[in-house]
Design a protein around this ligand. Sequence first.
Ligand code: SF4
Ligand code: SF4
Length: 96
Amino acid sequence: MKDFRYIDGAAILKLDREACIGCGQCVTVCPHRIFSLTEKKAEILDPNGCMECGACSRNCPVRAIYVNPDDGCGCAALLIARWFNTLIGKETASCC
Ligand code: SF4
Ligand code: SF4
């Protein structure tokens, strides 16, 4: 999914490394491989690759990850719509 990217600087993704217990769930569930583990702590490698799907935040056992709480933001929905519309030859309206 590396070609499915939103615009740079749009995603709101925050990590509390102090709270992180290094379980690796965020590394496993993120479809864009945004996280890695360094010295038993998660690290954000590519914040602009985040599409705000929320999988990392929902699977973090200590709530160390904050993703834009507005589920209606539509970044993930926009990416999917853009992909689908490309297949059928339509333009996609902008987000928000
Ligand atoms: S919100 Fe989704 S795309 Fe963004 S870092 Fe979390 S799992 Fe990855
Ligand atoms: S899911 Fe949460 S606790 Fe686990 S590695 Fe990621 S940030 Fe750390």
